[in-house]
Design a protein around this ligand. Structure first.
Ligand code: PLP
Ligand code: TYF
Length: 396
């Protein structure tokens, strides 16, 4: 049977890391995958995580199975981070959360639950969006439609086009929204635009599905949740898939969550039972370690404060690299305006470089970025900046 199987294309982002690893040149730089690097070019374990792990090692008594929905203290902590303490949807018990393996696992559980149990069979995603979104949603049998989001000429969002495209969506259609730090463009909605989208979803009975993978990488933990909270204040039903891969640096622990917000406690309890059924049919129940780390940190005032400081440090270092990137391009003689890069949020910068320029960067200079022109600013350091900018200057 295997002889008839066709070779799958390499993932556009992870395939790049494989090519990078195989590259024998010294001075090569990987700005493809979205992984945070510190000034030394490393991805160390956060001190808050190390301390939580030490506590867990001393206190953990059993490796017995978790329930299908995972660690309850973790799920409660997720809701506090998403909505803020004391939000009405939490008070009204209209939100239920299940721990899931990373943002990807959370999106997949959400998508499969929706496709199997609701009339929502179509999901609108931004053009462009994270490369894995289509793969995840198609695997769960959702039909994909695109809304315009980005205007290449202005290096900015095209909000009018977004609204126009979503205006043709049907009642019950899902709308995928990036909570903050849009991947790949780094361009987010303003507070006023979030209100417009929330009203549009309400009026047309569209169901928002939030992908929230970068909370704390934009302006701050609460600030980055403003869009989500505006929408949660406005529409009766929504779904959130969040990830702690980036903001806790827990990439390989595979820790995230899927949260349903229903129009009443009764309806969300019923819907959530089907989320649990979906999980049961996939991996039965989630692994514990990542959830215990996060709930230990968020449940301890000192560890939480330490984590917030560490997250702030990551956020501020990336912001510094954005500014330095724009300045260094200038000092390398680039006359083209790249100031838009300092206005983008999160780990990525959408550079506007063409496919040919991207290929040239890799082949001639060992500088790896994604084919779309997306650059991981989180991988830049003071040390590699001149190499990167010289290479970009020479392909422009
Ligand atoms: N969603 C977006 C927009 C992402 O960029 C990522 C990871 O890069 C994810 C989801 C998935 O994160 P995880 O590694 O937790 O599965
Ligand atoms: O850089 C990105 O956009 C992501 C990173 O299991 C990533 O694709 C890598 C591995 C993974 C999930 C996300």
């Amino acid at each position: 049977i295997f002889t008839q199987v066709e070779l799958a294309p390499a993932d556009p982002i992870l395939g790049l890391t494989d090519a990078f690893k195989a590259d024998k040149r010294t001075g090569k730089v990987n700005l493809g995958v979205g992984i945070y690097k510190n000034e030394a070019g490393l991805t160390p374990i956060l001190a808050s995580v190390k301390q939580a792990e030490a506590k867990l090692l001393a206190s953990e008594e059993s490796k017995s199975y978790l329930g299908i929905e995972g660690v309850q203290a973790y799920n409660d902590a997720v809701q506090s981070l998403l909505f803020g303490a004391g939000h009405q949807v939490v008070k009204d018990k209209r939100a239920l959360t299940a721990q899931a393996p990373g943002g990807t696992g959370s999106l997949r559980v959400a998508a499969e639950f929706l496709a199997r149990n609701t009339k929502s069979k179509t999901i609108w995603v931004s053009n462009p969006t994270w490369a894995n979104h289509k793969n995840i949603f198609q695997s769960a049998s959702l039909e994909i439609k695109e809304y315009r989001y980005y205007k290449a000429e202005t290096h900015d969002k095209d909000f009018d086009a977004m609204v126009e495209d979503l205006s043709s969506a049907q009642a019950g259609d899902l709308v995928l929204l990036h909570g903050c730090c849009h991947n790949p463009t780094g361009i987010d909605l303003t507070q006023a635009q979030w209100k417009t989208i929330a009203q549009l979803c309400l009026k047309q009975e569209l169901v928002p599905l939030f992908d929230f993978a970068y909370q704390g990488f934009g302006d701050g933990v609460d600030e980055d949740a403003n869009g989500l909270r505006v929408v949660a204040d406005t529409v009766p039903e929504l779904i959130i898939a969040n990830s702690f891969s980036k903001n806790f640096g827990l990439y390989n622990e595979r820790i995230g969550a899927v949260t349903l917000v229903g129009d009443s406690q009764e309806s969300v309890v019923k819907a959530f039972s089907q989320v649990k059924s979906t999980i049961r049919g996939n991996y039965s129940n989630p692994p514990a370690h990542g959830a215990l780390i996060v709930s230990t940190i968020l449940g301890d005032a000192e560890l939480k404060a330490l984590w917030e400081r560490e997250l702030k440090e990551m956020r501020e270092r990336i912001a510094k690299m954005r500014t330095l990137f724009v300045e260094t391009l200038k000092s390398e003689g680039v006359t083209q305006d790249f100031s838009f890069i300092s206005r983008q949020n999160g780990m990525f910068s959408f550079s506007g470089l063409t496919k040919e320029q991207v290929a040239q960067l890799k082949d001639e200079h060992g500088v790896y970025i994604v084919g779309s022109g997306r650059i991981s600013v989180a991988g830049m350091t003071k040390e590699n900046m001149p190499v990167i900018c010289k290479a970009i200057a020479s392909v422009l």
